[in-house]
Design a protein around this ligand. Structure first.
Ligand code: Z5A
Length: 210
């Protein structure tokens, strides 16, 4: 029996890290066997690629190099972590996945979605998330929350307009795939956000049993 593949997405400072901890607690209470992981990253090699991608640098990183590095890390992550876990019946909870590529490299950077789709098929074949929680927040609130953390990485140095396009990208993905994607209003107080996440998880796991 294959395990479920759940991804958490959203723009800057939306609260993914905070809410993944909550999801872990919920899954433990339900006695679901799971692994949590993240992208870019998730294996030693993919974490090194993450460093390459996030480190601010003087050299301009061209869009194609950024896109290919995202998928290089993803290929390794799928091979070493995600696919083995799913095949052994474990649930995988992943902080970002390919929707982030459509949102950031596609909508944000303006790269052709057909090219992203081609790489998606090459690297993932038919594998897609079963459930994607998209935490949505007005960009300025997210940037304000994120600014209270460490020094900005290479993505966090982008302009507000970039994150506006990314946000619209996520909302467009959700509109096109309502069966898979649940949009959560993450501007609410944390307790309300986590109540909505619980509702989405309960619905997803109940359907899975039906
Ligand atoms: N990227 C890409 O371009 N293409 C791809 O294919 C992939 C990724 C996979 C790194 O991702 C970058 O990679 C990312 C996109 C790009 N760049 N950006 N931007 P990441 O996921 O590692 O980085 P991140 O977006 O900066 O996520 P984060 O550091 O994990 O932050 P977060 O999870 O969104 O937020 P948080 O740390 O949980 O919360 C932020 C603060 O808000 C914190 O103080 C919380 O206590 C607070 N918070 C959270 N929820 C609430 C509520 N409801 N009310 C009030 N305060 C709250």
């Amino acid at each position: 029996m294959h395990g479920k593949f759940i991804t958490i997405e959203g723009t800057e400072g939306v609260g993914k890290t905070t809410n993944i901890e909550f999801i872990q607690t919920w899954l433990n209470q339900q006695k679901v066997d799971f692994v949590t992981t993240r992208e870019p990253g998730g294996t030693p090699l993919a974490e090194q690629i993450r460093e390459l991608l996030l480190t601010p640098r003087d050299e301009k990183v061209c869009n194609s190099a950024e896109l290919l590095l995202m998928f290089a890390g993803r290929a390794q992550h799928l091979d070493q972590v995600i696919v083995p876990a799913i095949q052994s019946g474990r649930c995988v909870v992943c902080d970002r996945f390919t929707d982030a590529t459509y949102a950031y490299q596609g909508f944000g950077r303006g790269m052709d979605s057909a090219l992203i789709s081609h790489l998606e098929r090459l690297v993932q074949a038919d594998l897609r998330p079963d459930l994607t929680l998209i935490l949505d927040i007005p960009v300025e609130i997210g940037l304000q929350r994120a600014s209270q953390r460490s020094a900005p990485d290479r993505f966090e140095r982008e302009q507000t307009e970039f994150f506006e396009r990314v946000r619209q990208g996520y909302l467009s993905i959700a509109a096109n795939e309502p069966q898979r994607c649940v949009v959560i209003d993450a501007s609410k107080p944390l307790a309300d956000v986590q109540r909505d996440i619980t509702t989405a998880l309960e619905s997803f796991f109940t359907q899975g049993q039906g």
